[in-house]
Design a protein around this ligand. Structure first.
Ligand code: CA
Length: 232
């Protein structure tokens, strides 16, 4: 039998804890609950979980500080659960290294869909080396060694920026990448945000790799936040 996926839930809201405990255990996940940020970091170190679900509003330390601490040690998928609707909080958490976010109130269906994306992220991390030369996503093949891209067997030509943007998103498959992270990794800017510049580059990239740019299959827009690569 496959080992159960172990989820560490760091959350202080009793109603959410009860709701998630029942639902996640019913679906076969192993669950550990911690109600403080410090307790969560300790549990992470001691228990080696597979996925973290993290509330940003914790009683002791800020959820963002939990992300920063954990990212010093691990690339474990972190899903943010937040009551805060402020876009800026989500963006800060993603900039700090969270993979994805979900806003309260949410349905169990939404949550399990996010968890499944993270499970695929883990199996990709485990089965393939991210530094490997060739990445394949359905019809899209990226040959990193020769810097060549093929779509349904036909080579397509990207500009250097489009290529860097595609590599950043594809090697972070399933993870939301913020505008700030894109500016830093693709353009090399530390603080400047230029969503318009990114949009122009993204439009060019999508025209080349997406069959229908109005209904993209590989690169999804997270409105006001950034982008996510997927091959669903
Ligand atoms: Ca809370």
């Amino acid at each position: 039998m496959r080992k159960a996926v172990h989820i560490l839930l760091i959350e202080d809201d009793t109603m959410i804890i009860n709701f998630l405990s029942l639902a996640l255990k019913t679906q076969g996940y192993e669950l550990t609950v911690e109600t403080t940020g410090k307790g969560g970091i300790e549990a992470f170190k001691n228990l080696n979980p597979d996925i973290i679900i993290l509330d940003l509003g914790l009683p002791d330390i800020d959820g963002n500080d939990v992300i920063i601490e954990i990212r010093k040690m691990s690339q474990i998928p972190i899903l943010i659960v937040s009551a805060r609707e402020l876009e800026q909080d989500k963006i800060m958490a993603l900039d700090a290294g969270a993979n994805d976010y979900i806003t309260k109130p949410f349905s169990m269906g939404e949550l399990t869909a996010r968890i499944r994306v993270m499970e695929r992220f883990i199996s990709r991390m485990n089965s393939v080396d991210n530094e490997q030369d060739t990445l394949s996503f359905g019809d899209l093949v990226i040959d990193r060694e020769r810097r060549r891209i093929f779509l349904s067997g036909e080579e397509i030509h990207l500009t250097p920026l489009e290529y860097k943007l595609l590599i950043l998103l594809a090697t972070n498959h399933g993870k939301v990448i913020t505008h700030k992270q894109i500016m830093k990794e693709v353009w090399g800017y530390q603080e400047t945000e230029d969503p318009k510049g990114i949009r122009v580059c993204m439009a060019g990239l999508r025209r080349k790799i997406e069959k229908d740019t109005s209904d993209p299959k590989y690169i999804l827009t997270e409105i006001g936040v950034g982008y996510r690569f997927t091959d669903n």
